[in-house]
Design a binder for this molecule. Structure first.
Ligand code: GCO
Ligand code: MG
Length: 399
């Protein structure tokens, strides 16, 4: 099953995506996704200029060997750009393997351990009332787990709330102003409000987006305890794994971390010391299905569940890969899923289906997705940055 062609497809059907098509001598091809939000062209150039030539003539069946060759064989290894490219290759190779076997990828991974993947999406508002209304609408659609964000009074733009998010697509990054004190006052009040309006049954949680210091995060986790969060997401910067110990000393609020990790070794201390309850790497950045299933296996040993990253900035191909892995993983926890703008379907078909709180994928061989290259050309790349954050005194903070 020799690889004869590798094509990188950069397209913007409402959002930028970096897609990969790996074609084999039999005509069978696989599709992958290496979209790195805000740095898309770095991955695209890497794939086209450096990785594609390395793949031509290789046996597409040897996924693990190709993974090792691209990760360790480059000498300069790891990081989000290299590992997003590696993820794109990995997903495309699993897609090929599934098509060749005539089996969906979840079947190659050991088969279904569940009928559907419990799924969450986002309720984000400018006010508590708006977040509550959005959460209520999601409950009516069948969602059983909801991530809740709100604008912080007196700040300019807040992660996950209307203004900041709408800044995507501007020529230069939108600059938010954020301060911990009003944030730390607001979030417990938000969840108090949500619980009083929505009751106890629905699972609710919050994404901190790596903004707090250890003691701030510990305080927030502790103050949120009465509201029984499903988890508190990404409380600390990814550089400070040891600081999760401090949060654990103070609180029983479950913790999730990992969307910025780009390999299994980064996840290790958090898992092996049981400092988190959910590991939530991104299959388009961590090295694809090959790396994710290893992370899941280690996590299983320590009773940590998976909650793979599923934002709108990765394509339906990665969303499909998430669900294939979810279905086959015994220690699966929850799957993030955000619907794409409808024009995405002009270019990429397939992806998960949502019904009554759960995601499923089709039984089609491989990942069940396809990419229309001509349609992709009709939606050319548009430069777009994620927002950045400064404190009130003008100093840089984490977005
Ligand atoms: C999430 C994430 C995303 C990221 C985005 C950046 O939990 O879904 O935090 O919203 O901000 O993926 O590109
Ligand atoms: Mg997040």
């Amino acid at each position: 099953m020799k690889i004869i062609d590798v094509r990188t497809i950069v397209t913007c059907p409402g959002r930028n995506f970096v897609l990969l098509k790996i074609v084999t001598e039999s005509g069978l091809y696989g599709v992958g996704d290496g979209t790195l939000n805000g740095r898309e062209l770095a991955v695209a150039e890497l794939l086209q200029q450096h990785i594609a030539p390395l793949l031509i003539g290789r046996d597409a069946d040897r996924i693990e060997d190709i993974w090792q060759y691209l990760f360790r064989g480059t000498y300069w290894r790891g990081g989000p750009v290299l590992n997003s490219a590696l993820s794109a290759v990995d997903l495309a190779l699993w897609d090929i393997k599934g098509k060749r076997a005539g089996l969906p990828v979840y079947s190659l991974l050991g088969g279904k351990t569940r009928d559907g993947a419990l799924c969450y999406t986002h309720a984000s508002g400018e006010s508590f009332a708006e977040t509550t209304d959005k959460a209520r609408a999601l409950i009516e659609r069948g969602f059983k787990v909801i991530r809740c964000q709100t604008a912080i009074p007196g700040t300019k733009g807040t992660y996950g709330a209307g203004r900041g998010a709408s800044a995507h697509g501007k020529a230069l990054p939108f600059e938010e102003i954020w301060e911990p004190a009003p944030y730390l006052r607001t979030i417990p009040r938000l969840f108090e409000h949500l619980r009083s309006e929505l009751g106890d049954e629905v699972e609710l949680f919050h994404d901190v987006h790596e903004r707090l210091t250890p003691i701030q995060a510990a305080r927030l986790a502790k103050e949120l305890e009465p509201f029984q969060l499903f988890f508190l997401e990404d409380p600390l910067r990814p550089e400070h794994k040891e600081s999760f110990r401090l949060i654990r000393q103070h609180s029983t609020t479950p913790l999730a971390m990992g969307e910025l990790f780009t390999n299994k070794w980064e996840c290790l201390p958090l898992i092996t010391e049981q400092l988190i309850d959910f590991i939530r790497c991104d299959l388009a950045h961590v090295g694809g299905i090959t790396e994710a299933r290893k992370i899941a296996a280690v996590a299983e040993c320590y009773q940590v569940q998976t909650a793979w990253h599923g934002p709108p900035d990765i394509s339906p191909i990665t969303h499909a890969a998430n669900v294939h892995v979810d279905l086959a993983t015994p220690n699966f926890g929850v799957q993030e899923w955000v619907e794409h703008p409808p024009q995405v379907a002009d270019v990429i078909t397939g992806g998960p289906t949502f019904a009554d709180g759960y995601l499923t994928v089709s039984d089609a061989p491989g990942l069940g997705c396809d990419v229309d290259e001509e349609a992709a050309q009709r939606h050319p790349y548009q430069r777009a940055y994620l927002p950045t954050v400064r404190r009130a005194d003008g100093s840089v903070h984490d977005w």
